[in-house]
Design a protein around this ligand. Structure first.
Ligand SMILES: Cc1cc2nc3c(=O)[nH]c(=O)nc-3n(C[C@H](O)[C@H](O)[C@H](O)COP(=O)(O)O)c2cc1C
Length: 365
């Protein structure tokens, strides 16, 4: 399984939904970086399950235990490993799924690839639970970036057909980013949360699920980070964000909307600010040109599909070779992944940006 990522900041994420623990090793972190554990717990709590009716009822404290790589409040430079205990498994809910794969989940493809030896309990290594270690890594990266004036935030842009306004991609307010980066179910317009909750509740009552979009912004980036073609900022970010289960699309700046624009409307006009810095008046590029950061805010969106596990009876098959069958999924599931996924997308952005800066030699200082 390829659950390792990165060249300079190397992640290895391990475990499964119902194994004893899940965790992450982060190698390549600069030494002597102060890491505030409370700030890490705050980020973990934003993703933790069991907080409200829009999420799975499975309760997990998600308290990470650091095994190594951290001493006297700072990184040592050695690999930093953290584990998170799984304490609330109900494995019997999943016994049937080895032979009756859930439509939309990875049960079938994992069965084929691993010859039925994969851990199917709670989705095993394919579970959304594996995003907890990613949030840990992101919380570490976030603190290292913050010390260099770089901030990340995200919000739930849409749930189903319910949508709120997007970020100001040119000059987002620091106070807004600060609020969003600490919130559970972050939204720019607080009134939108209620409408989104209602859409999730409506799907849940029907035994169904709903998808949505998370928008993420990173500010304070220097211009000049990234490489052309295959090692660009977009490539790096997308490769991590596509590692988040249920992500089916990633777009930067104007994204797919750019296809409907003219060059005269899409091109971001340059100007020089009072300090001599080069800026753009609009930011359809999402802060990236030619794979290299422009110094404007980096803006991207991740589209999440509706949660595969739904309570409505569905068509499946009996593996191996047992013909067609009906499946009603039981167990505890998120009727909508998106509210809990927002801090995960933000974490992925922080890790990717740390890697981007390290590769471009811009991490020092
Ligand atoms: C935070 C989070 C929570 C998730 N919760 C569930 C869940 O409760 N039930 C479920 O079937 N899928 C859930 N998923 C999605 C599945 O893990 C994912 O759809 C599955 O592994 C198949 O991978 P793919 O959708 O990327 O193809 C969750 C994903 C995330 C990011």
């Amino acid at each position: 399984m390829s659950s390792m990522w990165g060249e300079r900041i190397r992640l290895s994420i391990f475990g499964g939904s119902h194994t004893q623990a899940i965790g992450v090793t982060i190698d390549g972190l600069p030494a002597g970086e102060p890491i505030d554990l409370e700030a890490i717990y705050e980020q973990m709590a934003r993703r933790a399950p069991g907080q409200d009716a829009t999420a799975t009822a499975r309760k997990e404290a998600d308290m990470p235990r650091i095994l190594c790589g951290y001493l006297n409040g700072v990184t040592t430079g050695a690999p930093l490993t953290a584990v998170i205990e799984n304490t609330n498994q109900r494995s019997k809910d999943y016994e049937d799924l080895r032979v009756h794969p859930r439509p939309g989940h990875a049960d079938y493809t994992a069965f084929v690839k691993y010859g039925g030896h994969n851990d199917v309990r709670g989705g095993g290594h394919f579970s959304g639970r594996l995003t907890a270690p990613l949030v840990f890594a992101g919380a570490v990266a976030r603190q290292i970036l913050a010390r260099r004036g770089i901030k990340a935030a995200s919000h739930v842009l849409s749930v189903g057909a319910v949508r709120e306004e997007g970020f100001d991609p040119v000059c987002p307010e620091d106070a807004l980013l600060e609020r969003l980066s600490r919130a559970y179910f972050p939204v720019i317009d607080e009134a939108a949360r209620g409408r989104m909750r209602a859409a999730i509740e409506c799907a849940r009552r029907d035994g169904d699920s709903v998808g949505g979009v998370v928008e993420c912004i990173v500010t304070g980036l220097p211009a000049g980070a990234g490489e052309p073609m295959f090692d660009g900022a977009e490539n790096l970010i997308a490769s991590l964000v596509f590692g988040i289960p249920a992500v089916k699309g990633v777009e930067f700046g104007a994204g797919f909307g750019a296809a409907e624009m003219r060059g005269s409307g899409h091109n971001d006009p340059f100007y020089m600010d009072e300090t001599g810095g080069v800026r753009t008046r609009t930011n359809h590029a999402g802060g990236i040109l030619g794979g290299i950061t422009t110094g404007m805010p980096l803006v991207f969106r991740a589209a999440f599909k509706p949660t595969p596990s739904i309570g409505i009876p569905q068509d499946t098959v009996t593996l191996p070779g047992g013909g067609s069958a009906k499946l009603t999924v039981t167990g505890r599931h998120d009727p909508c992944i998106v509210p809990r996924a927002a801090p995960v997308v933000e974490a992925a952005a922080c890790v990717a940006v740390l890697e981007l800066l390290a590769r471009s030699g811009l991490l020092n200082g």
